[in-house]
Design a binder for this molecule. Structure first.
Ligand code: FUB
Length: 471
């Protein structure tokens, strides 16, 4: 399991992080256990390429697997410096040719007393360290900020980028738990059914968000996810839509699962509609419940997208949706109809899309996304109210980008409670890291915490994600 740097350092290596930016060794000459070095931007581990034991073997990043060519001993050499020694070869992390230039390769070499094999671990103040070569003052750096397997290590002038930050993971099993789902998935809707957590996202990575397939993922602990494959495919399964499979939500009633989604046509009237499909299992397969949209384009102002369903403790379900405006209405008991006369419009300042409602301690929370999903400023704000349909009182933005970590475009969230506990998680998308944008997004999970007065604390978006939830 991934561990935070400070915990891992203290426990595994006997190191103490000083109040200054420099790591001070506790006086132990040797770390008692090897550790992996996890690149923050990629979640991949620093490894001796090919498991070579030769002098000059290159160092790259690779998915963490705990093999000995990914495990390193940190040996104190005095004055706050360490040698970083590959467990499988006994050789040292070394700047090739003792170069002081940007871009000089980092290799393994038989250990000697040269300063190009001595490194200082500097606290990067976000739970990570930069690894600085003594002879050059330059930082260990993943070339080109690459997220690819095998990307090589070099030294580069220290700039504080996430490809120069590393965490320690003593058991070597892996680095970051964000993104939570592997691949490009946006608009995640989280739920808890049949003793598991489920996420229903938009399948992302298509120009114009033109994907057609919805998938489901389930997990016992919010970290280890099973891909259940395609549960609904517009075009094949839906007569009135053949693209723009966007932003679904799900609700259970009387043993049936109702899946609400947006869809449009590739030609003709391309405006989006809201549909509803039904299945006997949260993993589908789902079939169109109505054979027509539940909410057709043009029925109300704005786009008919981004549905969310909240079911109150008395069993009454409510449907929310809309881009431009938010709409809210009680759903009928059949889950596939509502009284149009009861539809209410809500438009808090900053509202764009992606309404989501949950309840805690008798208080209702209405979350939404602000700005455009293509903007790095896409963010989440919220209001509270005394009922599932308000009246709502706008609070503040709780989730936004963190450029120091390369996290952008944090929005379209949903929230889940660990059953029986006052423990909450927010599931949201962000631009994929690296190189993502508004159509290449990935799903992340972080803690959602509350103040004593019930207000939501600003969420810290992380690259590390959460530890597995034990129930
Ligand atoms: O994924 C397509 C659209 O992007 C969603 O409907 C919006 O909420 C935005 O995230």
């Amino acid at each position: 399991m991934r561990r935070t740097l400070k915990t891992a350092l203290a426990a595994a290596l006997g190191l103490v992080l000083s109040a200054s930016l420099v790591v001070v060794l506790s006086g132990q000459a040797h770390a008692d256990e090897p550790t992996s070095l996890v690149a923050l931007h990629s979640g991949k581990c620093v490894a001796v390429v090919g498991g070579s034991t030769s002098d000059g073997a290159e160092i790259g990043q690779w998915p963490c697997d705990g093999d000995t060519n990914q495990m390193w001993d940190l040996r104190e050499v005095g004055n706050g410096y360490v040698q970083v020694v590959a467990q499988h070869s006994g050789k040292c992390l070394d700047v090739a040719g003792r170069s002081t230039a940007d871009g000089a390769r980092v290799l393994q070499w038989s250990c000697h007393s040269g300063p190009n094999q001595q490194w200082q671990l500097r606290d990067a103040s976000n739970g990570q360290v930069s690894v600085v070569a003594r002879h050059s003052g330059k930082c260990l750096d993943v070339s080109g900020r690459s997220g690819e397997d095998g990307a090589r290590m070099q030294q580069w002038s220290c700039h504080g980028g996430t490809n120069q930050m590393f965490g320690f993971d003593r058991d070597g099993e892996g680095g970051n738990n964000n993104p939570a789902l592997p691949g490009l998935y946006a608009d995640p809707n989280v739920a808890f059914f049949e003793d598991r957590f489920w996420i229903y996202p938009t399948t992302d990575g298509f120009d114009g968000w033109s994907g057609t397939q919805f998938k489901a993922f389930s997990s016992p602990d919010l970290v280890n996810w099973t891909d259940h494959g395609v549960i609904l495919d517009l075009g094949e399964d839906i007569s009135w839509a053949d693209r723009n499979a966007w932003a679904p939500t799900i609700a259970e009633r009387d043993g049936k699962y109702y899946f609400y989604f947006s869809g449009g046509k590739a030609s003709g009237d391309t405006r989006k509609n809201l549909g509803v499909a039904v299945a006997d299992s949260p993993a589908g397969p789902f079939r169109d419940a109505l054979g027509r949209p539940l909410v057709s384009a043009g029925s109300f102002g704005g786009q008919m997208i981004d549905p969310a369903v909240f079911t109150d403790d008395d069993g009454q379900p409510y449907l929310y949706w809309g881009q431009g405006y938010a709409y809210q209405v009680p759903l009928n008991g059949d889950m596939v109809s509502f009284d149009r006369a009861k539809v209410e419009r809500y438009r808090p300042s900053g509202y764009n899309e992606a309404a989501f409602v949950f309840k805690r301690d008798g208080r209702y929370y209405f979350l939404w996304s602000e700005n455009d999903t293509r903007s790095e400023n896409y963010q989440v704000a919220y209001a509270t109210g005394p009922s599932p349909i308000g009246p709502w009182s706008r609070k503040q933005v709780i989730l936004r980008k963190d450029l120091s970590l390369g996290i952008k475009g944090t929005g379209h969230c949903s929230v889940v409670q660990v059953p029986g506990r006052d423990e909450w998680y927010i599931v949201y998308h962000r631009f994929a890291i690296p190189n993502g944008d508004g159509t290449h997004r990935e799903t992340a999970i972080d803690r959602l915490e509350f103040n004593a007065d019930g207000t939501i604390r600003p969420v810290t978006p992380t690259l590390q994600g959460i530890d597995p939830v034990h129930r």
